[in-house]
Structures are given as C-alpha cells and as structure tokens.
Design a binder for this molecule. Sequence first.
Ligand code: ADP
Ligand code: ZN
Length: 678
Amino acid sequence: MSTTSLLSDVFGFDAFRPGQEEIVDAVIAGENTLAIMPTGGGKSLCFQLPALARNGVTVVISPLIALMRDQVRGLREAGVEAGALTSGNTPEETDAVWQALEAGTLKLLYMAPERLASGGTMNMLRRAGISLIAVDEAHCVSQWGHDFRPDYLRIGELKRTLGVPLAAFTATADAETREEIVEKLFGGQQPSTFLRGFDRPNIHLAFAVKDSPRNQILNFAAARKGQSGIVYCGTRAKTETLAKALSETGHRACHYHGGMEAEDRRIVERRFQQEDGLIVCATVAFGMGIDKPDIRWVAHADLPKSIEAYYQEIGRAGRDGAPAETLTLFGPDDIRYRRQQIDEGLAPPERRAADHGRLNALLGLAEALRCRRQNLLEYFGETPGPCGHCDLCEKPAEVFDGTTAVRMALSAALRTEEWFGAGHLIDILLGNATDKIQQRGHDSLPTYGVGKDYDKRQWQAIFRQMMGHDLLRPDRERHGALRMTEHARPILRGEATIELRKDTIKAARGSGPKVRMLVSEEDAPLLSALKAKRRYLAEQANAPAYIIFNDRTLIEMAEKRPMTLDEMAHIGGVGAKKLENYGRDFLEVIAGATEEVHPMRRKLAGRDEGAVYDRLMQVQASLNRGPHGADKPMSCSASMLAKVAQLRGADMEHLTRVIGDKYAERFGDAFLEVLEGN
Ligand code: ADP
Ligand code: ZN
C-alpha cells in the first residue's frame, strides 16, 4: 500500500502535516533518522506508518506507559497488530503479545526502557525479526536533562546488536541535546535530521516584568475563569501557596510537584485529565505525559530555565488547535536564580556555557523588541514574518537608542579585563568608591562615574538586556565575571547601534522588594561553584552535602577567597581532617588549578610549621648544588623536611640525628637559622 493510502485508510487523515512526509519517507527507506517536532506535531505517525509499510516488527521505546497503552489501543482499533510490554500489563496481555510475536503477526511492539535491562528481552528481540527501532522522547538519553532515563543508554547497544535502522523523536530542540542523542543512540554517526513545524499559531505569547506577581497571576486566571490552565512555578513551595490563593479566589486549583507522594501526583494528573476547568500550579515535574488537548492557558509565575523549556511548557496549551493563551513573568531574581542553578549543576563546563547561552536566548525573548513568535521561531531555525498574535505585535515596545550605555558597560568590562560581575561594573559606572574599587584602583579608570544618567536598578536592567542580546555571558570559570561575546564587537567598534527597551528600564526604577541573599551579588557565583563542588564530593562519598562543609563554611570561603591551604585552614569549619580531604578541591574552585602540594606539606597547612617548611624548601633550593653551586645536587625528602619543620629548640646534633650527616653537612647551618628565626 502507498503511504498516502495508508495515511487515509489506516489513520483516517487526508494529508500529512508539515514535515511528516519527509520523515516518513526517510524512515521507510531505512535511514537512521532524528526528527525534532514540537509536542502535538504528530510524531507518532512518523514511526507508526513506516512500521506498517516495512517488513518485520518495529519496536517502539517510550518512557510513558499511559501514552503507550493509549497508542496501542488506538492502533488496534484501526486494525493494526500492536502490543505493549510494560509493568502495567496483566499476565494475559503479556502472553498475547508473546504469542503474536511468535506467530509473526505483530507489527508494533511498544516497550518501556526498563525492559532492556533484562537479558531475556535482548534475546527475545534478537529472535523476533525486528526491522526498525523507534525511540520516542529521545531526549531522555541526555544525562543533563531532567527527563534523563538511565535505561535509554541501553538503546545504543540494542541498535548495534540488532543491526537495524533507528528513528528517534523528540520535541527538545537544543543543539547539545541533539548531539547527545546522536552520540548515545546512533553511536556518533549523524542520522538524517528533521527539524520542522515549530510554529503553534493558536498560542498567544506574552511576557511581563514581575510587579506584584501573585496579583498578576490571579488577574490572569480571573480573566479565564472556568478554563483549564497550568501555572508553572520555580519552587515547590510556590505551587502550594499559589494554588491556595487561587482556591481562595474561587477557582478550582491544586498543586503538583516532585516532592509529593506518587499516589497524590497520580490523583492530580487524573483530575486534570478528566475535569474541566481545573488549574494546576506545578513545577516542571508536571509535564511529559500530560496529554490533555484542551489546556486553554499556561502561565509562568517564574522565568523558565531556557528557551527550550519555555517552548515546551507553553506548548502544552492548545493542542486541539483552538486558541490558547500564555503569560510569562520574569524579574531580576529569576535570572539570578536560573544562573545559580546552572552554576550549581554538575554538567561539564561546555554544557554549562551553553546553558547560559540558552538562558540568554530566553532573556532575549523576554525583552524582545519585536514580534515574539518571530524571535522564538528564529531561534529554532525558521524564518517567519511577524505574527500579529503576540503582545508585542499588538502593542510594540517603546525603545531607545542604547548604544552609548551599552558601550560604556562593555568598556567597563574590558578595562577590568573581564574579571568582574555586573555589581562591580555598575559601581564603576556610577562612580561608587567602594572598598573593592579603591583597592583595585578602579576609580582611576576612564569609565569611572560616566554612567550617572541611570541609577543602579536601571543599569541592572541594561545589563540584563545586554545578556538578552547575548553581548555578555557570565563565565563560570571566573565565578560569574561577565565576558564579552563576538556579537558585542561591532557595537564596541561603533559599527553597529543597538536599541533597548524603555519600559523594563522605567519599571526598574526603585521597584520591588530587596531580596535577601546569602552573600553579595559579587560572591554569589563563587558560592554556587563551591556548592557544586560540594555536591559532587557528597555524591562521590554517598553522604549528605553538609557532611563535607556546611553552608556557613562555604559562604566564608566565597567571601574570604583563601588562595592557599594555609589560608583555607583559617576558614571556620575547616578542621585538619577536612582540610586534608577536601582543601585542595575547594581551593581549586577558588584559585583555579593549584600547584601540586606534597602530602607531607599539606599536613602542616594552617600551622606555623607550614611556613617553616616553605622556608626550609627555599634555603634547600638555594643550596641544592652547594654554597658555590658546584657540588652534586642534593635535597632532603619531603618527610625529612616536615620533621625538621616540627623540631623545637633544635641544635646541630639533634638536627643531624633527623637528617643524617650527609644532609646536615650541606644544609645544617641554613636549616638551624630558619628554625631559630621562627
Ligand atoms: P506528538 O508529536 O506530541 O507525539 P501525536 O503524535 O500524539 O503528537 O499527534 C498529535 C495529534 O495530531 C494526534 O491527535 C494525532 O492523531 C494528530 N495527527 C497526527 N498527524 C496528523 C495528520 N497528518 N492529520 C491530522 N491529524 C494528525
Ligand atoms: Zn507577534
């Protein structure tokens, strides 16, 4: 049967949706394929139809048991032999699947990834005449996403064992996740890749700066009373307080987050699916697997973590194609919080840099000057015109020429060699004679005090917009210091101008409560880096984080920034044992890679003997070839030096007993001098 007749006869559709046909053709032709399509774009058809067109069985791997069962039911109703092996099966169902497989009648076999862990399954699949592997939600193979499923890592092996083509599907578009999929599912061989159809024209897009955010959400919900909606929140606590506030104002609302019992979560999922007009206040844990077509609105009470996360979350609205609305709130604290999350994560540095870039992209969208949809789709590689259906198309942003301000800011960053964060740079621009500025002589920079046309909050808004334009990125290796990107060069050189939004800068003047922070803005990125190290060490040791060092200790480290083990030893909470176990790890975070320190020397860290040891090393080095530099090179072992460093009131005889005649002859006098000088 041709693909078009399969499409109409089996699936009952009269045409392919944008993007589907090319994918279907590639999969039928037996190519390895990776298809990135938005949620609701019609991915399942892209492996179901080829499964029917090809000989043999297609095994479909999906993490979502409920969706698998739905699809199997749908296919069977359409007369297709499909079955699922999941933990939700009755024994009869499982038997029926095995029988159909043996009889060679099964066309699609759905399977949860956990099944791949059993050797029995692998054997069974080898014998079953599998001709294609389809992987749904392929981003679950990414270790850095929150949907990571370790069993997805077995799929690559399955592909190698069976030697059949693989078709992977996901709605997650970022380049790093795509690379990970290629690496882990396709063994690094580039599959045919399809990226299409990201526009969801029925979804209205809007952003707003936070300004009594609870009321903003309540007003938004009040205007849509009786409609099903989701409010995404940045913290678990907020899901609860917002759900309560919504209930108190006459909505039906409940909360949902990963800290709830599985059973309670299931109750919310079921209610949301079945009831009309329920509002769920949730963390991102409420997501994959929500298949409700008539969600009428999605609000973000806090800024999502990246442009992809934003897209995926708003994409849950309006899957039925009817109008749906969204509102995303954002403020400076959100951005700080998201940056912190990235810095405290355990992802490798390249990945973190990319995450900052993706957050920048979302800031760019939040503070866009023109059509949001255009901005969003351009990020995903499409080139649409203005949509006419977003807040900015309806009411264009007021802009001003920000070239001068941006150049001042860039110049402040460059003249301080890109070693500082926004807080310090703003102090320079405003001419604040802080201790730090005086210590470093930054009050003599030509940019000192040139930015007095704006106040501190307005400068913060400008820096935020600069990050939104990806002119500056925080560099984790430099503890959040802002570094210029290539995009900034033409502006700096006077070859390009830049417009900034007026409203976010106006709104910034003196608004909002001051947030309480553990450390100053300048030290926050370092604290995050220290916490990340602590988490890593805690995971290695399989111990709770505070066992390594408690927060107070890390805060003191972030503020005092010890540069040597001796300085580290003076931080509260850093005892001898911990200094020995972890001192170097944390020092490395603060001071960058440190010189290898001999373990004998490490034991003396923080004590006077440590300094003595260092001086002994110095004199020893100067006498290495004897007083005239002509003798045979010679030096004591580290443990000898450590012993000497700990001698009290020693004389030559005593010293000779410790290091022996030969060494005493060359170094004795010099060593005694050091010991006496102490
Ligand atoms: P997702 O990409 O999120 O997996 P689905 O495969 O569940 O999306 O498809 C979303 C909806 O679109 C389903 O209801 C499906 O039946 C419908 N659909 C898919 N392809 C077509 C098509 N060519 N024409 C009409 N409806 C389609
Ligand atoms: Zn628009």
